[in-house]
Design a protein around this ligand. Structure first.
Ligand code: FE
Length: 355
């Protein structure tokens, strides 16, 4: 319902702009645009792969007149590109679907702090860099999913419990080359220390139902087809599968249940998609406007409804599906630590043979 309302808003804004442009004399408009370059564009590098994002950029353009140029790529490639381009980069902002990568970009001095009341008011402290070099925009939880036909909820408790021998040959999780798992392991290092994190990763590998393959959705599919009992996956994929145009995906999502691990202990692992202003941004005013827009209630509602992500904005409600899973306790760490321990996490994963 909310999505429809937004669509109507977008359409009415577009119509207003079209009518306004038609009423104006063309030469005057052309002059304004060519004389004020800063007014025109913002360039972003993003590793996010969700359709909602373009919808948000279009809405931003319709509200501000600022055009958004999007370059998509893998986060590490985009960070390398920013490094290589140096001061000559076209990119004004970097968006990644992982706090660890934003931390990495910050460490390489590719970002600069933004002093914005809107951003600090709208985004809780643990979901942004302490010096405001990057800001979380959406939250995702890395949860356990299972089939009620096979597993009783009472058997589930924590990430640590997944290393118990009762789960031997029953655990489904994608490759450790994936950033979501690197950050999960980094959070285990931050909370339990390196030694315990190594033991944990080793125990996870020992309980694999199969060699890691596919993405998060494929792990859920393998639970339903009976290849394993428990899958580790990000929350929004469940919403996306339920609303998928592919009936197979809908069926899988309808046959799995969500479990938030570590509710009695250290909380469920969360991560953010976030944004940072590049050090050499040429359109920094426009970039900050975009950052503030994405943290606004309006944009946060769209992230929540259309992409099934938890909003960072405390006043915005998650989608009904996410609400139906209930509130949950999250890991109580600053997400910068996911970046700080990324290298160690990757080393450990290689050591224990988590492919
Ligand atoms: Fe994803």
């Amino acid at each position: 319902m909310l999505t429809k309302r937004k669509l109507v808003t977008v359409l009415s804004i577009l119509l207003t702009i079209t009518l306004a442009l038609a009423a104006c004399s063309a030469p005057e408009n052309a002059q304004v645009n060519t004389n004020d370059q800063e007014n025109g564009t913002v360039n972003l590098y993003t590793d996010r792969h969700y359709d909602t994002d373009q919808m948000l950029y279009d809405l931003f353009t319709s509200e501000t007149g600022i055009k958004v140029n999007v370059v998509k790529g893998k986060s590490d490639e985009l960070i390398e590109r920013l490094e290589r381009e140096g001061d000559a980069t076209q990119a004004d902002v970097l968006i990644t679907a992982d706090a660890g990568r934003l931390y990495k970009a910050m460490e390489k001095e590719l970002l600069q702090p933004v002093d914005s009341q809107i951003l600090t008011n709208n985004i809780p402290q643990n979901l942004r860099d302490e010096n405001n070099n990057w800001f979380g925009l959406t939250v995702r939880a890395r949860v356990l999913v299972y089939s009620e036909a096979k597993t009783n909820e009472s058997e589930l408790s924590s990430y640590e419990d997944l290393t118990d021998s009762k789960w031997k040959g029953k655990l489904l999780v994608r490759s450790s080359s994936n950033i979501y798992n690197q950050s999960l392991l980094a959070s285990m290092i931050a909370i339990n220390g390196e030694e315990k994190a190594r033991e944990w990763a080793k125990g996870i590998v020992e309980n694999f139902a199969r060699e890691p393959k596919g993405n998060d959705r494929d792990q859920a599919t393998a639970v339903v087809s009976g290849e394993g009992d428990i899958a580790i996956m990000n929350t929004y994929y469940i919403g996306k599968m339920l609303s998928s145009s592919n009936p197979e995906e809908v069926k899988v999502a309808q046959n799995i249940s969500v479990f938030f691990p570590n509710q009695e202990t250290t909380g469920t692992h969360i991560n953010v998609s976030g944004i940072g202003l590049t050090k050499s941004a040429q359109n920094s005013q426009n970039a900050i406007k975009l950052m503030e827009f994405l943290a606004s209630e309006e944009a946060q509602e769209i992230f929540a409804e259309a992409n099934f992500e938890y909003p960072v904005h405390p006043d915005v409600q998650p989608a009904e599906l996410l609400k139906s899973w209930g509130e949950f306790k999250t890991q109580d760490i600053n997400l910068s630590l996911l970046g700080k321990y990324n290298k160690k996490a990757t080393e450990i994963a290689n050591e224990v043979g988590w492919k």
